[in-house]
Structures are given as C-alpha cells and as structure tokens.
Unconditional design. Structure first.
Length: 84
C-alpha cells in the first residue's frame, strides 16, 4: 500500500472547559459546562449550561476546580469524557 491509498482516521476529540460541581462518585466527577449562544431573532446572548460526567482516576479533583475534559469512547451509560 502506498501513502496515497492509505488513509488514517485522525479525528480530534472534543474538549470542553468547565467547573467541577460534584465529586461524590468513585472515579467520576460532574462538570458543568457554560457556553453562550446568540438568539437568532433578538440577537441577545443566552447562557447555556450542561452537566457532563467525566472519568477522574484517583478522585484528584474537588468541587470548584476548573478542569478540561476530553471526549473518549463510552465508559458507562452516561460517562463519555475524561479529565485531561
């Protein structure tokens, strides 16, 4: 195979910055992501918040810490991210 016919899937994983809001679970933290979206009609910025579960090996993060999370393959039903 030559390099022209060989293709690599090098997709970049999505990353988000957020704040830890809960660390009560083993090896899991809940991270709140805040983003702003412009309203299509009124042109005001609306604050949107999402809470995502992320894997934190060793429970190193505490509530209030700013973290970056990265998308990985699913680890459980609703845990698809890990703390970078």
């Amino acid at each position: 195979m030559t390099q022209a016919t060989e293709q690599k899937n090098t997709t970049q994983a999505r990353t988000f910055d957020g704040v830890v809001v809960s660390n009560g679970m083993t090896d899991t933290v809940v991270v709140e992501i805040t983003r702003y979206k412009k309203h299509p009609k009124y042109h005001k910025f609306i604050k949107l918040k999402n809470k995502l579960k992320a894997h934190d090996a060793g429970n190193t993060k505490n509530v209030g810490d700013k973290v970056t999370i990265e998308e990985v393959k699913p680890m459980s039903k609703d845990k698809n991210f890990k703390v970078v």
